[in-house]
Design a binder for this molecule. Sequence first.
Ligand SMILES: Nc1ncnc2c1ncn2[C@@H]1O[C@H](COP(=O)(O)OP(=O)(O)OP(=O)(O)O)[C@@H](O)[C@H]1O
Ligand SMILES: [Mg+2]
Length: 677
Amino acid sequence: MQTADKRLTLIMSWMAGIAAVMIALGMPLVYFGLSYQHDTASLETEAEINARIVTQLINADPEMWRFEELRLAELMSRRSGEGTKETRRILDTRNILIAESAEKLAPPLLMRSETLMDAGIVVGRIEIIRSLRPLLMKTVLMMVLASMLGSAVFFAIRIFPLRTLRRTLKSLFEEKERAQVTLRSIGDGVITTDTEGKVVLINAIAERLTGWTQREAEGKPLAEVFYIINERTRERCENPVDKVLREGKIVDLANHTALIARDGAERIIADSGAPIRDESGNIIGVVLVFRDATEKQKLEEEILKAGKLESVGILAGGIAHDFNNILTAITGNISLAMRDIKPSDAIFRRLVDAESACLRAKELTYQLLTFSKGGAPVKKTVSVSEIIEDSARLALAGSNVRCKISVPDDLLPADVDEGQISQVINNLLINAVEAMPGGGVITVRAENLTAGKGDALPLAYGKYLKISIQDQGTGILPGHLRKIFDPYFTTKQKGSGLGLAICYSIVKKHDGHISVESVLGSGTTFSIYLPASSKEPARKKDSREEPIRGEGKILVMDDEAIVRDVTGQILKHLGYDAEFAGDGSEAIELYRKAKESGKPFDLVIMDLTVPGGMGGKEAIHWLIEIDPDVRAIVSSGYSDNLVMSDFRQYGFKGVVAKPYKIQQLALALHNVLNDRA
Ligand SMILES: Nc1ncnc2c1ncn2[C@@H]1O[C@H](COP(=O)(O)OP(=O)(O)OP(=O)(O)O)[C@@H](O)[C@H]1O
Ligand SMILES: [Mg+2]
């Protein structure tokens, strides 16, 4: 603004100066010129007239005319106007003065002469002389006046139009400022181009998204600055300026358009382009408005992923309950049978195999259950490092892959479902092993991290544990990256494609996040984020020890006869007395009678879901009515998740998940009976 103002002032001063000088000099010059012309013309006329009169005298008397002194003197003293001073004289051919009327004239002088003739022969001449001084005086006066006028004009031009121009310039400048500030403050990227597609203007957001500054981008072809491709096909998109110019209206970009910044960063963008028109409607350029839609798209994909998992979950939940009951009966019976024979027996080996097959089946149910509503995690405060070590030992056994684990001593504990989290780590490790058929190293790192502020992670603010599992395997094709968490997506001949879907589902249920980075041919890194806990981790119990025995009267409620049967046998084996009920109402009846008879039950084990009858969740209310101190354990697959994970809130004192091994049931009974749960 200031330089423009200075330039304007300078130009206006020059213009005013030139005008003033022209007036101050031009006017007197013109005046002098015109007056001079007029004076010479009148002098000439006068000389001519006088010459004619004298010629008449000569013609009348060619011999004696020069002696007519009186007449000639009178002729010479005749004046055309008042106050005109002049000298007149008549001279003969020898320059001898014949007559004269002289006046005192101040130089410079102006003279005109005319010849006198007689019958074609020159006989003399007449001269008239005037002074130029009066004209010069007037011209000087005129000059003074003109200078005054010139000065007035100078100031008039310098002040008034300049003031108006300045005001216009200022408002123009302000308007430009406002437009620029508006443009700069718009939360979207804006680029304008001319009709040839050359960049004219680029705002701050567009500078950030493209990596080009205004100065660098100005005048460059748009395609160079605004490099867009189809995110899926990786092909270059049509130049939006061409499209706008061709269609002459607002156009939107196609979906899945990615903008490649100057530094190679890729962002999904949503964008539209519109023609810029002048007053008469001609297109004079194009304006593009675009925004970073990467986060939005990620969010949409997450929602889609969650939706897909939910539908699989409903299916899985449907079969989970029955399947678990069957497994409980099988595992229970196997456990019992193993206690009745010596380990050296051939049948014992068979039973060991059968038990481990059952455990694999249990694992599969577990995987499926994770999808169903029953998959809510049963959380405990644990140190994740133990889970990592155990999982690594299991997953890598017998493979040619080495595992490097780095866990800091101050790693925070987490509230997690141990089984589920080890399932996640297990699945990831198995994938890593499978991606390195020629062997290699897997690096597992755990660290503490504060997330949720200023990072791109979809996590609430707080402390987290980050566990990353990095392999040196084949890597994942960019086109596959968005699909690997889908249920049933697999590239393996014998894969179920459930591994990562389960990981995703479990981590989400723990309010965490899972992400992946992969470079084709050099490896993949999966990162899991889990909320850290402020509580102390619980000590691990060794499940391989002998089951804890006990005594007391136990009531078992389950709708499945095989489950009642095997549980009864286990209880007997552990030293307890057992009675059975097929549903909730029968259990309530038995409990009341026993209490009234003075031989009450010490503990009740109840199933949650009883098709067509009262389940454990309802029955416990009634039992509490009868006996506020009732000791009850809830036993189920995970189908009614909330009661299992929050069993205390529902009035239970303990929980044991089906299918269970003898040790697990024994421990649960022992803890509840000794009020240690
Ligand atoms: N570490 C990895 N390296 C390379 N590709 C991987 C890796 N992890 C997962 N994948 C790819 O993701 C796909 C899906 O994995 P996911 O664990 O869900 O199923 P799967 O391993 O194929 O089958 P399952 O786990 O049921 O045996 C795999 O088929 C594989 O193509
Ligand atoms: Mg897998």
